[in-house]
Design a protein around this ligand. Structure first.
Ligand code: TRP
Ligand code: ZN
Length: 856
């Protein structure tokens, strides 16, 4: 391992920058392999010191350096450029060359298909030019782009277009000026040929904003939903938070090669095309939902992220946790809030709890980072949003808004910390949030134990709460946290909701007087990101399912009932449909039509990943068998109901709540029906008559999960119909990757040479290999070690192409603490094989070395 790869940065070592760069002019002469970048900056020493100027830079070819017009010779290395002594204030001109066409990391300036584009967050700007590539150095940017006009008619960057011209040799140029100070991670450039969807938005103060969405040629008809989503998000932020857009133009560019979902570059968002393009034939309801939410997320960053940005990358949750919370609020307002909440909680339980339980556990504000890209995590994003949500719960809607107003007005134009945010919340509300701040520094999933007590004599009902956070890989000792615990007491005269504030390890709360022992339901709305340890009998859970006010509580009770039955079945090696379980399904199947959406969520069995997080140790095969067996039992027992509810409607596809609910319930029913052998005709006809991707995919998924004989024929048909459509083919690759079948590994191997597959495209890798590692439980965890070996072999290849994507793909190999010894051994062997690779990226090195430390 090389020295630089092993070195971690610590939050505690933060120091203000030695120099600031208030102005930067960038000139690009675009070329596939020889792009020239001229960076001219104004640099000012900060404070009284004579330390050298050290600029970040990676993979750059330096051709010229001048200070105040005089050539100088700085000291270069692989990662920086050092100027031993410089004036207190000066102009620095640096000319470098880069090779975008060979940049497969998709960080810095690269080519996505025929277009040039950039990705700078977190530390990618240093692959474009030498600079102080840290978010507390904010500059005003002027950008000039020159390129061939025929191939690159659109030349885009941040801010406003101020000038343009043509050159005699067929090239043209455009000059952009961004009036807002911004950190380098928000810089963006795009050059290419696109179809353009245009619209406009009038802000609440009456300013007109031009809206532009750039998509690949031929995709214009798929950009409408994204545009509508953007306008909704703009209106919502004004109405909910009083936040208005600040430039005259807002641009979104959709590209096929992208490491993540999207990027909030000032005035010029870049999107993975998967989160822009949608039409009924090719996109599912879930795609429509995700597009609306990601479009909103990036838009909301304009205030929470861009106008107020992060001081350093340890503070990432300052912008991400808050912006995810805001996009969650928006999604809840746009759709069924209970269903939206259930979706979010599933992410926490399946992925964030797993991260906390593994070698990469970290607080939402990490204290130590080796590779920053590894901390764009479910913890920083989703648990970060849960922490903001708890503040919202504790302060109330208005108190939270007061805090937001103060935060924005106090810090507009600044690069600040998570503490600054909590301080604003505290100051605006006159409350003490000192204890609450511990959520930022402590990792791990607290376990909340609940004991109820009913005094027959006095009728007093009390609840005793106890919190305990088990040690994590990064932190052996844990302290008590501030937990808002929302609960419902269901008595004979209806239910009563309240929020308890748990601030100590143990506390007892009186809940009132009741004639008979009431039913208690805890963690309404998932009011805190904890695991619940509350022993309730099945009858009690059934009561909650049927009578609680909060739909989340009702859903959660149903999931607890089913989960316990599954764990019991796995332990006993025998699955039975108990009376209570039958009662649950009977009850839910009788829900009124308005409750259809909730019913669909309840009828679906908890995922394997969620079940796995509920126990210290799991028996993979037994749990998988139990889950499949229960599905078959339910398929048979409620066969007429599944059939009745799966009847298709004749409405043509629209993305709207009522239709979405119907399709969702239908998909769940098909999922059961496919477990019966006598349903081929029904499934085949559901596939054939479908006019939209949601219903089509529902059939394919049902057949895939039940390993129905129809599956391979339908997949062939689907492929021949969609083989030219990249985004749709990703769905097809994902279905193959997660198909639990004895030949799945061989199939996977074959598909890596499919005409539409490419290791250079992250969407393809995630669809095929990612689905296998994350969701093909039987294949990935196969006892012959073939699944682990396959993923490891692939990671070795992928790491050299795109370390960021490789580093996400390794996640399922890290969470092995709850697996059996045999599988732990197999995984350890494969991880050791990775560590043996001397050119392993810093991204993978950080994760693998931590994982191996944990297990030894
Ligand atoms: N800031 C982006 C968001 O949350 C995500 C992001 C971070 C990203 N790093 C990235 C996107 C690298 C693409 C590539 O919206
Ligand atoms: Zn974000």
């Amino acid at each position: 391992m090389s020295e630089s790869r092993a070195k971690a940065m610590r939050l505690a070592d933060y120091q203000q920058p030695d120099f600031l760069i208030p102005e930067l002019s960038l000139e690009f002469e675009l070329d596939d392999h020889q792009t020239q970048v001229i960076a001219t900056s104004k640099i000012v020493r900060q404070g009284d010191h004579d330390r050298p100027l050290v600029l970040h830079g990676e993979k750059l070819e330096l051709t010229e350096v001048q200070i105040n017009g005089q050539a100088v010779q700085p000291q270069g290395s692989d990662t920086d450029l050092t100027f031993a002594s410089v004036p207190d204030e000066f102009t620095l001109r640096i000319v470098t060359r880069i090779d975008p066409a060979n940049n497969t990391s998709l960080e810095g300036l690269y080519k996505s298909g025929q277009a040039f584009c950039t990705q700078c967050e977190a530390e990618g700007f240093r692959k474009i030019t030498y600079f102080l590539d840290r978010p507390d150095v904010m500059a005003r940017y002027q950008v000039k782009i020159t390129a061939d006009k025929a191939r690159y008619p659109y030349l885009l960057s941040n801010g406003n277009k101020v000038d343009a011209g043509e050159l005699p040799d067929g090239r043209h140029w455009v000059r952009w000026d961004d009036p807002f100070f911004k950190p380098s991670y928000l810089f963006a450039l795009v050059a290419g040929d696109f179809d353009l969807l245009e619209d406009e938005f009038i802000t609440q103060s009456g300013r007109k904003v031009a809206l532009q969405i750039f998509v690949d040629k031929g995709n214009l008809h798929r950009a409408g939903h994204a545009m509508r989503s953007l306008k909704k998000a703009m209106a919502w932020d004004e109405q909910k938070y009083g936040l208005e857009y600040d430039l005259d133009i807002y641009m979104i560019v959709a590209v096929d090669f992208f490491n993540m979902g999207a990027m909030e570059n000032k005035g010029l968002n870049l999107f993975n095309s998967k989160f822009v393009l949608a039409d009924a034939a090719a996109a599912t309801d879930e795609d429509y939902f995700n597009i609306e939410s990601v479009i909103a997320h990036e838009y909301f960053h304009n205030w929470t992220g861009n106008r107020v940005t992060c001081r350093d990358w340890f503070q990432l949750s300052l912008k991400e946790g808050l912006t995810v919370f805001r996009d969650q609020q928006f999604s809840a307002d746009m759709a069924d809030p209970a269903i939206v909440r259930i979706k979010q909680v599933k992410v926490m339980r399946e992925h964030q709890f797993a991260e906390d339980a593994g070698p990469m556990s970290h607080p939402i504000r990490p204290a130590e980072v080796m590779e920053m890209n590894n901390f764009y995590s479910v913890t920083v994003y989703d648990k970060g949003a849960e922490v903001i949500r708890m503040l919202h719960t504790l302060l109330g809607e208005q108190g939270f808004r007061r805090g937001m107003d103060l935060y924005i007005s106090r810090h507009d134009g600044q690069a600040v910390t998570c503490d600054d945010f909590v301080q604003a919340m505290q100051d605006a509300n006159n409350v003490n949030l000192e204890l609450f701040k511990r959520w930022y520094s402590q990792s791990g999933t607290p376990v909340l134990s609940v004991k109820e007590q009913y005094d027959q004599q006095s009728g007093q009902f009390t609840v005793a709460l106890h919190q305990h956070t088990p040690p994590t890989a990064d932190q052996p000792h844990k302290q008590a946290l501030h937990l808002p615990i929302a609960l419902e007491v269901l008595g004979t005269h209806g239910s009563k909701s309240q929020v308890l504030s748990l601030t100590k390890e143990s506390q007892t709360f009186p809940l009132g007087q009741f004639e008979t022992k009431p039913q208690l339901a805890v963690l309404a709305g998932f009011s805190a990101p904890v695991k619940l340890d509350f022993k309730q009998d099945e009858q009690g859970l059934l009561n909650t399912v049927l009578y609680a006010q909060d739909p989340f509580l009702r859903w959660d009770a149903s999931q607890q009932l089913i989960s316990e039955a599954l764990h019991r079945a796995a332990e006993q090696g025998q699955t039975v449909l108990s009376d209570n379980l039958q009662g649950l399904f009977e009850g839910v199947l009788e829900f009124a039509p308005e409750q259809r959406a909730l019913a669909a969520e309840m009828l679906e069995l908890p995922s394997f990943e969620t079940l796995a997080q509920q126990r210290q140790r799991i028996d993979v095969d037994a749990l998988l068998n139990a889950r499949n067996a229960l599905k078959r039992l339910l398929a048979d027992r409620f066969h007429p109901q599944w059939q009745a509810l799966s009847a298709s409607s004749s409405q043509s596809y629209i993305y709207e709540a009522d239709q979405v609910q119907k399709r969702r319930l239908r998909a769940v029913c098909l999922g059961y029906l496919a477990h019966r052998q006598d349903q081929s005709t029904l499934l085949q006809s559901a596939y054939t008559t479908s006019d939209n991707m949601t219903d089509t995919l529902a059939v394919l998924k049902a057949c895939q999960q039940a390993d129905h004989p129809l599956f391979s024929g339908l997949m062939q048909d689907f492929e021949s119909r969609w083989q030219a459509d990249s985004l749709v083919m990703d769905k097809w690759f994902a279905l193959h990757g997660s198909h639990q079948h004895k030949d799945s590994l061989a199939k996977l191997q074959l598909l890596t040479s499919h005409a539409m597959y490419s290791i250079n495209n992250p969407n393809k890798v995630r669809a095929l290999i990612g689905s296998f590692a994350f969701y093909n439980t039987a294949g990935f965890h196969a006892l012959d070690g073939g699944g682990y070996r396959f993923v490891t072999d692939y990671l070795l290849k992928l790491d050299a192409v795109n370390p960021q994507v490789a580093s996400r793909l390794i996640t399922p190999m890290l969470g092995f603490a709850h697996l059996d010894d045999r599988r732990q051994d197999l995984l350890t062997q494969q991880l050791a094989r990775l560590l043996d690779n001397k050119s392993l990226s810093r991204d993978l090195f950080e994760k693998v070395s931590k994982a191996l430390k944990l297990s030894s």
